[in-house]
Design a protein around this ligand. Sequence first.
Ligand code: URP
Ligand code: ZN
Ligand code: ZN
Length: 486
Amino acid sequence: MSDTTLIRGGTIVTAERESRGDVLIAGEKVVAVGEGLQSPAGAKVLDAGGAYVMPGGIDPHVHMELPFMGTVSVDDFLSGTACAAAGGTTMIIDFCIPAPQQSMLEAYRTWRERAKKATADYSFHMAVTWWGEKVFEEMGTLCREHGVNSFKHFMAYKNAIMVDDATLIASFERARDLGAICLVHAENGDLVFRMQHEIFERGIHGPEGHPLSRGPEVEGEAANRACQIAGVVGVPLYVVHTSCRQAMEAIARAKLAGHRVFGESLVQHLVIDDSVYRNTDWRSAAHHVMSPPFRAPEHQQALWGGLQGGTIEVIGTDHCTFRTEQKAAGKGDFRKIPNGTGGMEERMSVLWHHGVRTGRITPCEFVAATSANAARIFNIHPRKGTIAPGSDADIVVWDPKATRTLGVATHHSRNDFNIFEGMQVTGAAAVTLSRGTVLWQNGRLSPVEGRGRYIERPCFTDYARSQATRNTHFAPTPVQRQEFVP
Ligand code: URP
Ligand code: ZN
Ligand code: ZN
């Protein structure tokens, strides 16, 4: 049980500033931040000399025990939140995905039940997988009574959870009126379906067929469509797992046009390229099958540029792990390989190593991308995503000199494969606290099943909504009609 802890002598980093000082935690909350804080009698003291003290990471894109493509992803809310904590992440946002025609509230209750075992905090985006009056009503109930302010739309996975434009439009309008934000998985599902068939018929059956069937244009088209529709409707939009230049440019254009659009990329896409699909080891190539797929190196450069330039606000993982025996369902047919990779535990170290240590981003920008921006976008800031009096004491003491070799031998995921295998990184979580309780210290996890809490995320206010709809699409534009004079 946590009571009082003083984190002494670190460099405190938030998205706004770096400062030397101490952090005092009482119970689950930060109560003071400053230099030379006195340690109350009986307080536990954590020495953070030489370390950074940052908000615990928020990974706003994960899938725990997700039923998907005929199987269920192997990390559940306990193993998932535990391995997140080992990497410095203290909150996840999962996706509640109702089957087509299923009630959203019923699916929500199922996800709440599954998540009860979590050791750190969690929340849910709700997926819109079909449209009807019941969906319209239940979106309202979820927003008003259950703290769900974000609705996800899959533009791919045809004949499963994909939705068409009519559903996108109807759902976007409803979300706008509720003060919610929309999310999209942007790939043109009809095009993917057709390309998959064509490639398979050409005799390409292995994992190398996967990226061929969903090239960057397929993603760019859908991202652009979603951005434009959101702009016309006037709803804020968050484009998940942006993996290529084309999609990033669509987001950048929408931002420049004044639409409230946010970009997320995955840490995997920043550092891994499409050569993984040319690996003749079927197991390795299959373990990299995810959507969107890994891209040619030029796209990685574009994504780094997007992160540095503000087109991409958030780095998540889409952690959705399948073991080799599950991936094997697609032996002989790449279309049946369950899509997904892991990364929750590695995200912060990989971004620190390749982002901060290379000078691409600053420590403050690191905090913005790994926690603060997600907290702001999904309306839980400053409870989460910062270190300030009143905030939850979700904190990572970060050792910038610690080195780790990533891989199956050291990870805490249930997966039997690690796409970062052998990568050496410098910068790692020394201590991770979740609402004041230490979950990770000295290389050891101490997860407590069931101590994680569901975090409600209120809808945005009328003011935020008016900001969200600040695009000029419907603004009266004076039109000078030229009379035709022969
Ligand atoms: O391949 C992926 N990304 N699997 C998880 C489901 C999704 O599309 O986010
Ligand atoms: Zn997706
Ligand atoms: Zn996902």
